[in-house]
Design a protein around this ligand. Structure first.
Ligand SMILES: [Zn+2]
Length: 503
């Protein structure tokens, strides 16, 4: 790899970033990186504190003694990284340093790791914080009136548990800058909250006695899937919705006996694959097969260009030995319910064009011994709407006529966007002055740690920002080298402005 000095300002960022890529820090294994940051801070004379869930804060006090003109600002990143590698690569994330290299794409220089994730998510945040800390210590930076809290959270990637269980006394301040965004031309100022619930429906299997029945399997595959929040507006097919639509139509035309329905694994992913097994009179096979052939183009048309590789297949199962099915009454009610469960964007934000306000993902269905289990994930920028959607879903389940037990799996607050907060206004101005361009101000439909911070500190204003990172959470993850200096320049100017603003 090239000399770090060639990467542009500030050298401290690159030295720390490099150092961090040598320290193991997969989610829930943050001990070594926390120790490193803590030691580094204490070596430079700064106080640190760790809360019960093991989030770390480094305190950099202002120069002012009096209580008068001090302003609290929190800079925040998360310590863990997604540990993904290519199958053909030998790499032990618990001990091996990442192997860095630079590549050129579109005339831009990027830093990446050989065969593994780079951990720019969120190593860049950590490196910015440490570079600021070091430069304040050596006197080359001075934010005079600012009381800086450098917050490093644990376990962001697995489910935001560091932020959600943070000790509320760990940080204080008027503003918080979250350094976990990945596009240098936009700031995030809000995100959706969510609720995931699991439902269970008991049923009794009935033995099949009719002799001329054949087992048939319908499978949905070839879909893109994607994130159930940030990709929910892309008209991607949900395999479970497509499957239950087909089964409902077949069930209403032919006499079938359903054995099982299956689909999905994760509640935060759009379901890519699903299948159903049912029994059918031998004499009806041809008719059902041609009915499916007839409707398949209509279904595929709905995803033309957004999910073009959708495959809908039907087959006769030769050696299927499980001769059981749902009772007719249960089957009809369940298929009606699954057909009616909404999916995808439910509403759009009233003022921000194109932003999804409330959405739903019909995520998982499993046919287990005597119980059908299904999971639904809902998101909204507004708490009220999230609750309303949940009430509607519960009402729908009630009217199905089935006895359904509901259990909340996860619930997290939204970060309600305030498009004209003081911090947003100052940030927009600073960006424009520096780069002679308007920055894009956005809210997103996925969860961020700021949701919890805004819930715990309702008066704290926040933005989320960061340099260009692409291919996040995959071995293709790469960091735009030029972009690091750009965000560095922005950060310092913003902090200077906040410090002066406070005079
Ligand atoms: Zn991140």
């Amino acid at each position: 790899m090239e000399d770090l000095k060639d990467f542009g300002e500030p050298l401290e960022f690159w030295e720390y970033f490099y150092e961090i890529t040598r320290i193991p820090r997969c989610s829930t294994h943050e001990d070594k990186i926390r120790e490193y940051i803590k030691k580094e801070a204490e070596k430079l004379g700064f106080q640190t504190e760790v809360d019960a869930i093991k989030n770390l804060v480094v305190r950099i006090p202002s120069n002012r003694d009096s209580e008068g003109n001090k302003l609290g600002v929190v800079l925040q990143s998360h310590m863990d990284m997604v540990c993904e590698k290519n199958k053909n690569i030998q790499h032990d994330f618990s001990s091996d340093p990442l192997k860095l290299k630079t590549i050129e794409i579109d005339n831009e220089k990027w830093l990446t790791a050989e065969g593994t994730t780079l951990g720019a998510d969120n190593g860049v945040g950590i490196a910015y914080q440490l570079a600021i800390m070091k430069k304040i210590h050596d006197g080359s930076l001075d934010f005079d009136t600012l009381d800086l809290d450098l917050l490093f959270t644990v376990d962001e990637e697995r489910g935001l548990s560091g932020a959600s269980q943070m000790d509320k006394n760990l940080i204080s301040g008027k503003y918080l800058l979250n350094l976990d965004s990945e596009e240098d031309d936009r700031f995030t100022i809000g995100c959706a909250g969510g609720r995931v619930f699991k439902a269970e429906v008991n049923y009794e299997k009935e033995l099949i006695s009719t002799p001329n029945l054949r087992a048939v399997k319908i499978s949905i595959s070839g879909l893109l899937g994607g994130h159930s929040g940030s990709d929910i507006n892309k008209n991607r097919g949900n395999a479970l919705k497509i499957l239950t639509e087909i089964i409902w139509k077949i069930n209403s035309k032919y006499s079938i006996l359903v054995n099982s329905l299956e689909g999905g694994n994760l509640t935060n992913a759009i379901t890519r694959e699903a299948c159903a097994i049912f029994f059918l009179e031998k004499s009806q096979w041809n008719e059902v097969e041609s009915f499916l052939k007839k409707i398949t183009p209509n279904i595929k048309d709905l995803y033309e260009g957004t999910d073009s590789n959708l495959v809908i297949s039907i087959e006769l199962l030769k050696d299927f030995t499980d001769q059981t099915a749902f009772s007719q009454d249960f089957q009809n009610k369940l298929i009606d319910l699954f057909y009616l469960i909404p999916n995808g964007p439910i509403s759009l934000h009233p003022t921000s064009v194109g932003l999804v306000h409330t959405s739903l993902n019909f995520a998982v269905v499993h046919t287990l011994e005597n119980v059908i289990e299904f999971k639904v994930s809902t998101r909204s920028l507004a708490q009220y709407d999230k609750d309303t959607l949940f009430e509607k879903l519960k009402t729908l389940l009630k009217t199905s006529g089935l006895v359904i037990n509901i259990e909340i799996v996860t619930i997290y607050p939204s970060w309600p966007p305030v498009f004209n907060s003081k911090l947003t206004e100052i940030s927009k101005q600073v960006y424009k002055n520096l780069f002679d361009k308007e920055v894009i101000i956005q809210a997103i439909h996925a969860g961020l740690e700021c949701a919890f911070f805004s819930h715990y500190y309702p008066d704290m204003e926040m933005i989320s920002l960061g340099p260009d990172v692409r291919g996040g959470h995959s071995p293709d993850e790469r960091l735009n080298i030029r972009s690091v200096s750009k965000i560095w320049k922005f950060l310092l100017t913003l902090l200077k402005n906040l410090a002066q603003f406070n005079e």
